[in-house]
Write a new protein. Sequence first.
Length: 247
Amino acid sequence: MATNETAWPEWGAEGDDLLRACEQRIGYVFNDRTLLRSALTHASGAQHRLASNERLEFLGDSILGAVVCEALFHRFPEYLEGELTKIKSVVVSRQTCAKVSGALGMEDFLLLGKGMAVADGLPPSLLADVFESLIAAVYLDGGYEASRTLIERHILPEIDIAVGGENAGNYKSLLQHLAQREFGTTPIYQMLDEKGPDHSKCFQMCAVIGRNRYPAAWGKNKKEAEQRAAHNALSEMRGEESPFPPE
């Protein structure tokens, strides 16, 4: 639970223990722990606003954006600017930062003013602020690579979630992105069979990537059959059972 200005320990054994616990939580050991303490100090718990984490938050936001942009640029060479911008906006959002900060339990270390700590948790905005501040503190203490490592460990997994949400249910799109990233080629879809009367035909399609042909699937039209075939291909790549049987 976040502490208030009277409960947070001053410099000394107890304060050092708290900062060490925070370091262990985020996976980085500071050379200058005053930076860490500044990152954990909300304006309500600071003697003046310049002693709070607001300036660090400003810097951390820019560093986070740069690291995520670079990661997206290299990871999705087939994406256009608009697609990259969409994913970036989700990954670097306040909601995502608050989610990661909450998962790390940063509320255990925040220095807040009286009345700010509440029993049912902190506002997401405070959690987002402290994570961005930590990024800046690590950057100032250990340089760009250290801050990038922190971001890659805790934020980059959110890219897969963002991409999955953007393409939820669009298995052809997901398979295309995976195939281009992993194999440098685009999937093609082959029709293997069709059955039924002209007004109610079913089609059997399979996805092919390079020399690999994946389990076929039936659909009420070619579009549905392709989506199901893409789903089968993704499942096989993950070592899972195909959701749509070939017969």
